[in-house]
Write a protein that binds this ligand. Sequence first.
Ligand code: C5P
Length: 239
Amino acid sequence: MTNRLPADRIIVPLDVANAAAAHRLIDQTPQVTFWKVGLELFVSSGPEILQYLKTQGKRIFLDLKFHDIPNTMAGACRAASQYGVDLLTVHATAGPDALKAAVKAAQAGAQAAQQSPPQIIAVTVLTSISNRSLALDLKIPLELSDYALQMALLSQQAGLAGSVCSPHEADLLRRCCGQDWLLICPGVRPTWSQTGDQKRVMTPSEALQAGADFLVIGRPITQSPDPSGAFQRICESLS
Ligand code: C5P
């Protein structure tokens, strides 16, 4: 992983409302090689945006965070895998049977469509859940970081490829899950940008040093008056 170019380790989220806005952003920043498509854009524009990204030769992180019974999870992963996406998210809390079904179905779906199978990535604990809410609302009697680690280990045993985590958890997860476990980190901010609603951030170079494989960096690039320049500046800080 470490021999990838910095630009290839930055995933930019297409956090926009419709396909037209997504196309504008993609065309404005041709150096971005890896895009994230999340629920808002996928629900509003459907799979057409995935086909557009493929025709542009881009890699795709399809962040739909599936969470369902094994049969439904398998169907969703099989369907998503026909588009040749590179990364696909599911919730670890769907449980081991659903996670195993997701991996198996993604392989079958990709094979049927003559695509490479996506790497299935676990969402362990949403970053919007606090330690307090985990205990008081969700009634989970573990520290948040320990719970996130347990969910990552469960996902690893089920055959997933990696997990989404805060850069602050990257070091722990790298040590416990090993070198091959992919760590995808949002919550990354260059020193010159606003943190916005991200609470615990690291700079891009700190996050890579902490063990992240890929950085998800959105608003510092997408809300900049010069998205292409902002992306370039981040890449230069990493080279
Ligand atoms: O604009 P910003 O850099 O904060 O965007 C981060 C992206 O990563 C958003 O698409 C957000 O939904 C996503 N994300 C996150 N924290 C998680 C999981 C995903 O910020 N735990």
